[in-house]
Ligand binder design. Structure first.
Ligand code: NAP
Length: 448
């Protein structure tokens, strides 16, 4: 048997994910060599604190605080430190020195993907980041490679386990947001500062990455409209449930316009051409496949012209699951070095623009507290019609205040799909009607 060559691997970071990657590199060296066609030698692990306890027992001699020197001598660099700097500089240095890079850093890829890709192209090396979106779930490679002969029209993703856990908890127990968040923190699903998760920022980074690969155009975080879940109430969840819906935080990337399959000529309802990339709480029919994604699990639902509907489901975070995605990228990069050449990079020939949220075409769920008097429903229905928004479902529930004996009505409306601009204008106009006491909730609906 011919002697396999050895490739030097530099690991940056030894936290939740990095420690598991180091373990696999050391424990499964023979298996990895047979799959990669080269021996993968863990040359060193860069950390901040040499004395910090690790999840896995690893030889002390592998650790260093000098990440710059470590990357300069590596064939393959795995960045699992997180944050923008020094991760960005180390990745650029590694690629300029000819190393292939694997990272799980969604924040960095979403913020500065174009620079990283340009440097990878210039250096002729592979840059891959399967772990950056939905942890263990193979989703970027299927979109980039397996579906490269198809046209993706829409991607809907539950890509943040923390928010899915919280919304699922609210749905199954009737809890308020604050109580469900506290439970998520107690169980370790949410961080002490949960802002990045609950305000949708983490999902927005992933939406930018999913949109870029799905529509062959580089989108950044600035192109993503983002709303989190902190204002979703127990009453919203209960009303949605009552109407046959579940509320999920979705990352959505969809091509808009009448000819959503054609690369050049797509037009939105108002004549724009492009892709809507957004993150917001969304009502989904309870029979939609994504409605069955519970707890901290992730799933991505892809619609493509020829493949039809595809669903990718699994663990979106955690040391071992995420390390699995990192190892897949590492083997692919190692093979590209063994065979020569960087392999197939992502393509950016789509040239579609990111559209503002006003161009999105969606349905709305609107909750209204209205006066209980004759003619109210007709007034509201007329106003919707004047704005070109048609109503799919309208339900009324009467409440009587025990103290004052005054009756009020709660009205729940689900609209057909219309432009976001028309829907927003309708809600504004509804607020001005004298029969409206308050607009209790406005949420977008998908999957109907
Ligand atoms: P983590 O547990 O916080 O570990 C970070 C590691 O990086 C630590 O070992 C830390 O060293 C090291 N580090 C940080 N700054 C450094 C610096 N300036 N110089 C040298 N070392 C430095 O992070 P993680 O959860 O493993 O996540 C790693 C990456 O994977 C992030 O980009 C994250 O977004 C991504 N990711 C994570 C998950 C997940 O489930 N955790 C899922 C998908 C993607 P010390 O230990 O010495 O402090």
């Amino acid at each position: 048997m011919t002697e396999l060559r050895t490739l030097k691997v530099a690991l940056l970071g030894c936290g939740n994910v990095g420690a598991q990657v180091a373990r696999i590199l050391l424990d499964d060296a023979e298996m990895l060599a047979s799959r990669a066609g080269a021996r993968l030698e863990l040359a060193g692990i860069a950390v901040r604190n040499l004395d910090a306890p690790r999840d896995v027992e690893l030889p002390r001699g592998l650790f260093t605080t000098d990440a710059e020197t470590l990357v300069k001598d590596a064939d393959l660099v795995i960045e699992l430190m997180g944050g923008i700097e020094p991760a960005r500089t180390l990745i650029l240095t590694a690629m300029r020195n000819g190393a292939c890079v694997v990272t799980g850093n969604k924040a960095l890829v979403a913020k500065d993907g174009p620079t990283l890709h340009e440097e990878a192209d210039k250096a002729g090396v592979q840059l891959s980041y399967e772990a950056a979106v939905a942890g263990a779930i193979p989703i970027l490679r299927p979109i980039r490679d397996s579906l490269s002969g198809d046209r993706i029209s829409r991607v809907l993703g539950i890509v943040n386990g923390t928010t899915n856990f919280i919304l699922d908890q609210m749905d199954s127990t009737g809890a308020q947001f604050a109580d469900a968040l506290a439970e998520a923190q107690r169980l370790g699903y949410a961080e002490a500062d949960p802002t990045a998760d609950v305000e949708g920022h983490d999902a927005a980074s992933k939406a930018a990455i999913l949109a870029s690969l799905s529509f062959h155009t580089r989108f950044s975080l600035d192109d993503v409209y983002c709303e989190g879940i902190s204002s979703v109430t127990a009453a919203d969840i209960a009303a949605a449930k009552d109407a046959g819906f579940v509320i999920k935080l979705l990352a959505i990337a969809e091509k808009l316009g009448p000819a959503a399959g054609t690369e050049k000529d797509t037009e939105t309802a108002d004549g724009d051409t492009g892709v809507s990339v957004r993150v917001h709480p969304t009502l989904l029919p309870r029979e939609h496949p994504l409605a069955a994604v519970h707890g901290a699990f992730n799933a991505v639902f892809v619609e493509a012209e020829n493949a039809g509907e595809l669903m990718f489901y699994g663990q979106g975070a955690g040391g071992k699951p995420t390390a699995s995605a990192v190892m897949g990228d590492l083997i692919s990069a190692a093979r590209s070095i063994v065979l020569g050449g960087p392999g197939r990079a992502e393509t950016t020939t789509g040239h579609v623009v990111a559209l503002p949220i006003t161009s999105a075409v969606t349905s709305y769920y609107i909750g209204l507290d209205v006066a209980d008097q004759p003619g109210v429903l007709a007034k509201i229905a007329r106003l919707f019609a004047e704005h070109g928004v048609s109503i799919e479902i309208m339900r009324q529930t009467i409440h009587r205040d025990a103290d004052s004996n005054i009756e009020s009505a709660e009205l729940r409306i689900v609209t057909h799909r219309a432009s976001e601009a028309a829907l927003a204008a309708t809600v504004e106009a509804v607020k001005g009607l004298d029969v409206i006491n308050s607009v209790t909730s406005v949420l977008r609906v998908e999957g109907v």
